[in-house]
Design a protein around this ligand. Sequence first.
Ligand SMILES: Cc1ncc(COP(=O)(O)O)c(C=O)c1O
Length: 377
Amino acid sequence: MIPSQRHLFAIPRDVAYLNCAYMGPLMNSVVSACDDGVRMKATPWTLTIPDFYDPVDEARALFAGIVNADAKGVAMVPAASYGIETAVRNLRLDAGQHVLTLADQFPSQVYPWRRMSRRDGGEVLQIPVPKGQAATSAVLDAITDATSIVSVGNVLWTNGALIDLIAVREACDRVGAALVLDLTQSAGALPIDFAKVRPDFAVAAGYKWLLCPYTTGFLYVAPQHRDGEPLEEGWITRKDSEKFSALVEYTEDYQPGAIRFDMGQRANFALMPGVIAALKQITEWGVENLYNTLSARNSDLCKRLSALGLTPTPDDARGGHFIGAGLPDGAPADLLAQLSERQIYLSERGGSLRITPHLWNDDEDYDRLIVALGDIL
Ligand SMILES: Cc1ncc(COP(=O)(O)O)c(C=O)c1O
């Protein structure tokens, strides 16, 4: 168990912030790294050519360590939508085939597939997940010979319903389907082993559980897709781009690995130091330790929520870091507003109260939530 790490964050004592699934707060170390990063651009003559390359590579390696992937397969992207769109650009869907997604899945992982189905033919299926259950069997039952792509996450973003991605990968292998993941609601908090899950594409926006600045994220691309087509044809991803004075000696060759899929201006001097600081801290905590800590605390919290008449997704059906709880009949429509008046912050998605604490929380936060819910409900 990792003790509360509240001292690393700038969260006032009277704020109970239980909303990592909405927005992870930046640690003080991340703010100060970004502050230094912004200042670099005040003195552009101090920027060196390696500043365009080395910090990004360090960030790729740190992310790769967190998900057990090969750092060469990691591209820098600004958003989950960018990563899914890259998958759309590089996969095909024949008429009569489908992309399998979940009902209530996050829009950034639905709209790109809809556009693909308009481009290629085929359909986008959205499979409902029965309330209170993990989503694995719903996904496995829906995979057929007509499945071309399965596009899910490790948990459903509304209620935390868990998806066993190793089982899904095995089912994809049986029918020859590609696996395209959005891990925005789990990477950094829920352990995952890419060597076992073998995603074709896997994206994670950085601003939630990876505790990174907004507009930063990672896209993993499997070796068989690394010769694919990026969304952008920038200069820095091309071979020998380090030779700034020779950039107009155009080349059709790219830098190796997944670098070709990097977003434009990926060097991001202001934010990249913050990305590195955040991922170093997560690596130091250890995702396994972090997950075990959050799981144990959340499991206690769920018992207390149940005693108040809420119906949290059972422990074995959800990601341990993520609580989704149904509200009792008669819960006021302005529940979230009433909680925020008491400086208690969480969210409601798809009819579930979404409670997603992290290491900055402590017993006082949990107690305040329970007392407030007891008063209001
Ligand atoms: C599952 C999931 N993916 C992605 C995002 C963010 O999407 P994007 O990075 O495209 O803004 C969210 C935000 O809530 C999310 O819950």
